[in-house]
Design a protein around this ligand. Structure first.
Ligand SMILES: Nc1ncnc2c1ncn2[C@@H]1O[C@H](COP(=O)(O)OP(=O)(O)OP(=O)(O)O)[C@@H](O)[C@H]1O
Length: 208
């Protein structure tokens, strides 16, 4: 491990991967290699299969063909990945602090304390507010806070910058840069530019 790296060296690979929904194949022949310290942006038009590929990498959808492998992860370190979908998974009547406490209890209190994570994403003053009252961009920030309360090396993020303002997009880039510097890795479906070096791009095609 190099200085500053906190995760053991791990990598994500796919071989001959085909993904789709039901009978419909959306992408095939995918040979991805994402090493610790680097990230992959998934791009392509609406319906191209970016979310479908993320769900497949997360193990939430079965591949149509091929394999997904995470190499170098020690199961004693807990689960390898965070999957954050394009919805925010927020319960309207739980407070912001309770929401983050829920995720930390579920995913492990292995990162920042909830209040520190809220401060980091600019939601410190909203801790006692019902999460349903947060604006769209604030709810997206709360999703980012989930990544901080439980440390996991692989981030699979679907449209993390949706509804974020300019400061929020800088925040996302900063969190991502810090994560990669620690030896983490990320695969991100996005239509936006994310200002982080060491990101490569996979372009998925339009649906027929
Ligand atoms: N449960 C499902 N059953 C059948 N088809 C589905 C299902 N979920 C998604 N699809 C279809 O799969 C295709 C790919 O959807 P997906 O969400 O992966 O695209 P995407 O590239 O992430 O799009 P966007 O940029 O709009 O987020 C779409 O045509 C969608 O209608």
């Amino acid at each position: 491990m190099t200085q500053g790296q906190v995760y053991s060296p791990l990598s994500l690979h796919t071989q001959g991967l085909a993904v789709g929904r039901g009978e419909t194949m959306l992408a095939h022949g995918l040979a991805l290699d994402v090493a610790g310290g680097s990230g992959l942006l998934l791009r392509g038009p609406n319906g191209a299969g970016k979310s479908t590929l993320l769900l497949t990498l997360a193990g939430l959808l079965a591949p149509i063909e091929g394999t997904v492998t995470i190499e170098g992860h020690d199961p004693d370190d807990g689960p390898a990945l965070h999957y954050c979908g394009h919805r925010n998974a927020v319960r309207a009547r739980m407070t912001v602090r309770q929401t983050l406490g829920f995720w930390a209890a579920l995913n492990g209190h292995t990162g920042l304390a909830a209040d520190a994570a809220l401060d980091r994403v600019g939601l410190g003053k909203t801790a006692k507010l019902d999460a349903g009252y947060l604006s769209a961009g604030q709810q997206r920030r709360l999703v980012l806070a989930r990544l901080l309360v439980s440390r996991r090396p692989l981030w699979l993020l679907d449209e993390p910058s949706a509804a974020l303002d300019a400061d929020g997009r800088v925040l996302l880039a900063d969190l991502l840069s810090a994560h990669l510097a620690e030896g983490g890795l990320a695969v991100i479906a996005t239509h936006d530019d994310i200002a982080v070096s060491s990101l490569t791009t996979l372009q998925l095609g339009a649906t027929p």
